[in-house]
Ligand binder design. Sequence first.
Ligand SMILES: [Zn+2]
Length: 691
Amino acid sequence: MNETNNNQSSNTVQPKRTRRPFGNKDGANPRAAERNAPTAPVRAPRTNPNPRGSSQRPGGGRPQRSSSPRTRPQGRGPQAGSPRNASAAAGSRPKRAAGRRPQQRRRPDKAPALTHRLGINEAQQHTKIPEITDEDTVRIITVSGVEEIGRNMNIIETKDDIIVVDAGFQFVSEAANAPGINYILPNTQYLEERKDKIRAMLITHGHLDHIGGLPFIMERIGNPPIYTQNLSSLMILKRQEEFPQMEPFKMNVIKEGEHFTVGKTKIKTFAVTHSIPDAMGVSIETKHGDVTITGDVKLTHIDGEVDKLEAQDWINVGKNNNLALLCDSTNAWQSGFSSPESIVLDTFDELVKNATGRLIIGTFASNFERLFALIESCEKYGKKVVLEGRSMKTNVEIAIHAKLLEVQPGTFIQGHDIKDYPADKIVILSTGAQGEEFAALMRMSTNKHKFITLNERDTILLSSSVIPGNEISVQILKDNLYRQNVKVVTVQSAAIHSTGHGYAGELTWIRQTVNPKFLIPVHGHHFMLKSHLFSAVENGFPKENIVVPDTGTIIEITNGEDLKVLPMKIPNEQLMVDGFTVGTRQEVVLRDRKSLSEDGMFVVIATVNSKTGKLRKSPDIISRGFVYLRENQQLLSEARVLVKRTIEQSVDGQHPIDLEIAKEEVMNKLSGFLMQKTSKNPMVIPVLIGI
Ligand SMILES: [Zn+2]
């Protein structure tokens, strides 16, 4: 949905985390993890061939939305969606209490939060979701993408068929507080349990928050046939090259406007405008009317007057009996109509024409329309184009392959040839406008780029909105750029960016044209969905016919009239991609990672005479990220004494000696002691060896 997310992260090469050399990376007390995890069936971790690779996926950035290439003038591009708030899971983690929390803080087997969380899941597990048994009921499930930006997925289900619409993922930002997690996926457990009923995976467009989850989930849900348009299919297949060992997708390339039938269900498609070409909406026919899904959408318009061709498409959709409309809400909180992309393209044309030095444009690699227009302007004014950044190159390649873009020979030059041309003949299209650390723009700004050294004659255009969560990295990028004394043009100083998601005025126009009986706002944070509701009600839509869904909400409409929200949800715990692992049970791991990052770790190794219970020598201590040991010798020796005394007291009189109990004791006492002395609560790992 939101390109924004996409991009930013996509281009980003996340700094790799260095693996710690030491052993049990799941945490101090492995048993804790084991004990807690089992409550619910643990998903077999999937091996993902090349997870890292995927983070730099070719399409690296999330594709933005560009809409139909040059055919329609368009509105603004990426909107300001907030990026990923992946945080959910992470966010829910209990923050460490500021004060002292004595002993309970060691890696207990039952951290309150964890137990609580498992409890919820257990309850969910036992709530049986009834199957649909009659022809008159249609079920709509908002799997994810409704309390967040990213990982969009919806399910439409009848008695006989399940149709899945989109399978996005979400990037994990720093703000998400989920260290080390690569992506968050829609939870597919409901689908996995009903694999045989899935007839199709419909993909509305090629942004990563709509296609990014495919490599990780398709096998889990039985690899159903995919239906999508050309460009989206190419983007999907390009990414899939990174997962060569996977079963090939059953790809069906369709054209917007086409109808087809899967199982007993007829599906109609229609063109929509978004910030990527080949975006479409879908209508799924059911006995009592169509369930229509817009995908990400905006309108092509001039001062609120919708483009005639585009209006006709929507009017045609409105001629059907639309039972329910699932509609993009990303910009529902903004009133009126969004500004058209055509204005942006005009601005760029002027800038390219008038540039007297090098022009370096940082933008979302997935904003195809903008790239096409820029390249065309360059050709018009005899400028050479340099593509910088992997996703930029890949997307241009895909566009040429899809015949969306034709480039005159000689327009593109390589970075190392820049020096052969006058500065005013050079335009560089670069990734990294969100300040992604390793992206091309950041490298230029820090003088680390292989071929491009910035100078005072250069002009940099940052052609994207700042995705919430990226403010700091963009700030750093800007500081670095200004340090090079280049001229920087931002969205604030010129019309160089527009959103791909319609504002409330556009959504109202769409809703009134489609004329659905029920409205289900999707794609966006809760406030966006709720804003969508308010705007609809203000414009005369009956409030009782709107459901603002949450992650995993199950909505049923019977006989085309009776709408109810089931009391239970589908399993909706976050499915995470963590290195080679894909699973839902990452909480324990994450909790430990966070604890380690806050307070470090403290390992005590003691060798105990298993006959006498005496320590063979003073315990060894290893610590990381806790306190600077060299300056805390006193603390260390007190800790050694404490450990020795604790163990010897614990095993005193035991035959045979039970080191497990001693270990617990050491953990408790030592955690309390360290907290008291330092106000820090490191992960304490006692290793007791009986000899
Ligand atoms: Zn999108």
